[in-house]
Write a new protein. Sequence first.
Length: 120
Amino acid sequence: MTQKPPAADRLLRAVALSYDEGDAASGLAPKVVAAGQAAIAEAIIARARESGVPIHESRELVAALMHFDLDQRIPPALYVAVAEVLAWAYRLEHGQDPAGPPGKERMQHAGAPAAFDRRP
């Protein structure tokens, strides 16, 4: 028999990040610009879709990012995970295979959505 996860684990959660060329040129990390659960998460996802922002689903990354305050830059421990998602979004926006070059593993897309906004 499979147990259902606790109700808190089934809530829809979303986090939006901002990262623009100025941040990159200054060596700054992406920052959390929106985060929430349930109706707030739905609004974040809807806004991302309306704005054409790529949406990547990663339960683990969203769980980690939910611990940060709005306008807080992500810590070095999350650089690799966020960089992979930003690279995925870049490839998607430029008509390339979002899975990356041949021979690379596809990123897992399961769990709570995370919207990443790289625009100013």
